[in-house]
Design a protein around this ligand. Structure first.
Ligand code: FMN
Length: 157
């Protein structure tokens, strides 16, 4: 497979993106433009893809967060707005509570498509057990299987 990239800013400082072979999109800069596959994900906050105002609120009002939010990386909205044009394929995922309305992936897919990345596969939802995580049992394995499926889909595309 060629170049692929997974970007997933969180807000609670847990499950960061990254696995062997994946580009770190925060530091890869213009190299992302040549990616064959982009997989971008974000948490659902306030029923949607978080914006800078929500992140600022979380910073000012941490609530009962077990650890301070890690806001050192650009938000998904900011990252998408600065994404260099490409002609690869893409998909999206979100982490969320099982019962919540709304979601983040539609906005992520729109941003990826605006940068020239056509959808490779439907977006996925990964479920957390509470407002501050962690991921429900089995979700990491489900994510790994999805990664393998995406690799196959890219080869066949
Ligand atoms: C202030 C706040 C608002 C949230 N709003 C939603 C929501 O509307 N829908 C939902 O499914 N999950 C919601 N969540 C749960 C987050 O989606 C969950 O904490 C996140 O996916 C965990 O990933 P992270 O630790 O990497 O941020 C919310 C969490 C917080 C702290």
């Amino acid at each position: 497979m060629g170049k692929y990239c997974c970007y997933r800013p969180g807000h609670c400082g847990r499950h960061r993106a990254g696995r062997p072979g994946a580009l770190d999109c925060r530091s890869a800069g213009a190299a992302i433009g040549g990616a064959d596959l982009l997989v971008a994900g974000a948490p659902v906050l306030g029923f949607r893809l978080p914006d800078e105002k929500m992140r600022e609120n979380i910073k000012l009002n941490p609530g009962r967060a077990p650890a301070p939010a890690d806001l050192s990386h650009p938000s998904m909205r900011t990252w998408l707005a600065g994404l260099p044009k490409g002609n690869g394929r893409a998909t999206a995922f979100e982490t969320r509570l099982w019962w919540s309305p709304g979601g983040s992936t539609a906005a992520i897919l729109r941003g990826l498509q605006a940068a020239g990345y056509l959808p490779l596969a439907p977006a996925r939802r990964f479920i957390v057990t509470g407002a501050y995580g962690p991921l429900r049992g089995g979700e990491v394995e489900r994510a790994r299987r999805w990664g393998l499926e995406l690799g196959q889909a890219l080869i066949q595309a």
